[in-house]
Design a protein around this ligand. Structure first.
Ligand code: CA
Length: 593
């Protein structure tokens, strides 16, 4: 039986709270104090042992932080890192690291943050978002050996042998543990009484977006609010699909110079910009663009790009969008001057790429980025020896096949020659089945999450060239159909509005604003917005945006539209547009949510 709180226990709780309130960040940021606050998990399912001797602390003051996901701010924090192991596993060490705000800034909040590419964390790029809102903010290393070790480095124990512990840790388990420990640690650090709630949040984009969904789909009540950006879910389809542009080009036998595809893209932006009712360099209605713009109109238009000494990719070993690394985006060597006119073959590639993969029976396999997006997955590389453009397999797609499907310690396919669209379909199906309960992350029913009071803000750049925006729409619509298929379309989306809202960022790229459509902006205060929804019950009709002249982001299925020569902004319902975002993935004879 649970004992009643005695007056003594209550008053000692108050004294403890007062003591915690008087602690400076320097007082907190000691090994002795943080060790005394280590969580002792009461979750019987976790099966972990914390190593108290592993605690490290480091104090940071007056640090200027900035990101797409929070306004530039100067913050103080203490970084506390410790390790734990899973009972019954040998040589198992998982490290977690938490940024702790000063006592006077703490607002009874905890935040988990995620990674990008095949990284399970984003180092210290995402966690400041939590400190800014008075949260203890955590990352995990997944047990992969260090905070910089990515999942693919530990995925195989040997050729043919999967490290399933690492796979499930990456899939969802590490984040579950990070959150359970983090919430308790935050409570202990600030001696928050048991009768006060610690609000728990999640924020991540790309792989980090998938990690957020992996939690919402499994652990109702763990997070009160999540911000999931451009999630890398439907993992097998997504990764395999990165090969779709290359397979198209090999099949058609045409390797468009990058300048040609860039010209087609720029002409598309110019032609479709005004369809949203405002000429501002932003294609806020790529759906109308898809319905009315004809790539054929670009044939014969001249293009020119000067020679380049190379580079591209991401400098050094720093991470690119969503935590991707140089290995996945290798950049390019020197390229020659490109001078020509847009060809019928180039347009055929652009058209087929935008249409998305269709198998040899005419059935739809998958979907691709919206028109006016960069053709990233169709990007060719200059082969100086041959004096010709060629397609190299995407590292994400090729590595998915060699390492995760064929189980070979090999980071990419040698070539795409002979690979058919049907082969891509079959790879997708194989990987989906193999990793259905670890990486796929498309469980479509969220009733438990909703019942526990959780809220999700799901955001996606409309012109994301890495993870198509339509991928997020497809999941949202799967959830709607599974949970509310008995309701009309509008009633179904209204029912989801209670706890799950999707926002498509006009012109947005992958987890960031788009350099090709700079006025589009990015929603920089999503965490603040979900906090307001959770803690004050203020559900966001639109998201605040940094875009020049686009201050609001409409929530799906409403779409932005300006009238009065771009003076009056509205979020409108347009059935034809909504329909253009819908895909039936009938190349698979089982549901692909
Ligand atoms: Ca526009």
């Amino acid at each position: 039986m649970r004992p009643h709180h005695s007056a003594l226990a209550l008053s000692s709780g108050i004294i403890a709270a007062v003591q915690a309130a008087s602690l400076s960040l320097a007082d907190i940021c000691t090994i002795a104090y943080t060790r005394s606050a280590l969580p002792i998990s009461e979750e019987p399912g976790l099966g972990i042992t914390i190593d108290a001797s592993s605690v490290t602390v480091s104090l940071t003051t007056n640090k200027t932080v900035s990101s797409n996901w929070y306004p530039s701010t100067v913050i103080d924090y203490c970084t506390v890192t410790f390790a734990y192991s899973h009972k019954g596993l040998d040589n198992d060490t998982v490290q977690v690291s938490y940024l702790v705000p000063p006592t006077e800034k703490f607002r009874n909040r905890y935040l988990s943050t995620g990674g990008g590419g095949l990284a399970i964390n984003s180092g210290t790029r995402s966690t400041p978002s939590g400190v800014i809102v008075g949260a203890v903010a955590g990352i995990t290393d997944g047990g992969f050996g260090s905070f910089n070790t990515q999942f693919d480095a530990v995925f195989l124990l040997a050729n043919g042998t999967v490290n399933w512990q690492a796979t499930y840790m990456f899939g969802y388990q590490a984040h579950h543990e990070l959150a359970v420990l983090g919430k308790q640690f935050a409570r202990n650090l600030f001696k928050t009484p048991e009768n006060e709630k610690i609000y728990a949040y999640y924020q991540g984009c790309s792989e980090g977006g998938r990690e957020g969904w992996s939690q919402a789909q499994r652990f109702a009540g763990q997070f009160d609010g999540l911000v999931t950006g451009a999630p890398a879910f439907r993992f097998s389809q997504l990764q395999t699909n990165h090969l779709s542009g290359g397979v198209l080009e090999e099949t058609m036998g045409y390797y468009p110079p990058p300048c040609e595809l860039e010209k087609i893209r720029n002409l598309t932006i110019a032609a479709c910009d005004g369809l949203d009712g405002k000429v501002d360099g932003v294609v806020a209605r790529s759906d109308l663009c898809k319905l009315v713009f004809d790539y054929e109109k670009t044939i014969g238009e001249p293009y020119h790009c000067p020679a380049s000494s190379g580079g591209g990719g991401f400098p050094g070993n720093t991470r690119g969008p969503g935590g991707t690394t140089k290995r996945q985006f290798p950049g390019s060597g020197p390229t020659p001057e490109q001078n020509g006119t847009v060809t019928a073959k180039g347009v055929a590639i652009a058209k087929a790429f935008t249409e998305g993969l269709i198998d040899s029976r005419g059935k739809r396999i998958y979907l691709n980025p919206q028109p006016s997006s960069n053709f990233a997955d169709a990007q060719t590389t200059w082969n100086a020896d041959k004096g010709a453009w060629e397609i190299l397999p995407s590292g994400f797609g090729g590595g998915w096949v060699t390492r995760f499907l064929n189980l070979q310690d090999k980071s990419n396919l040698d070539s795409l020659k002979g690979v058919t669209v049907d082969q891509l379909r079959d790879w997708m199906a194989f990987g989906m089945q193999k990793y259905y309960d670890s990486l796929q992350t498309t469980w479509p029913t969220l009733g438990s999450f909703q019942a526990a009071g959780g809220k999700i803000l799901h955001v996606h750049g409309e012109e994301d060239s890495s993870i198509p925006a339509a991928s997020s729409v497809h999941y949202y619509e799967s959830v709607r159909k599974v949970m509310h298929g008995d309701l009309s379309y509008r009633e179904g989306t209204k029912a989801l509005d209670d706890f799950y809202r999707l926002y498509i960022v006009p012109g947005g790229e992958h987890c960031s604003a788009n350099s090709a459509q700079p006025n589009g902006g990015w929603p920089m205060t999503t965490l603040q917005t979900v906090i307001k929804w959770v803690e004050e019950g203020v559900a966001p009709a639109t998201l605040n945006n940094t875009g020049k002249g686009i201050s609001s982001i409409c929530r799906w299925p409403l779409r932005p539209f300006w009238t009065g020569n771009g003076t009056k902004f509205d979020c409108v319902f347009d059935q034809r547009s909504v329909d253009s975002w819908m895909y039936t993935l009938d190349a698979f004879d089982f549901p692909v949510y």
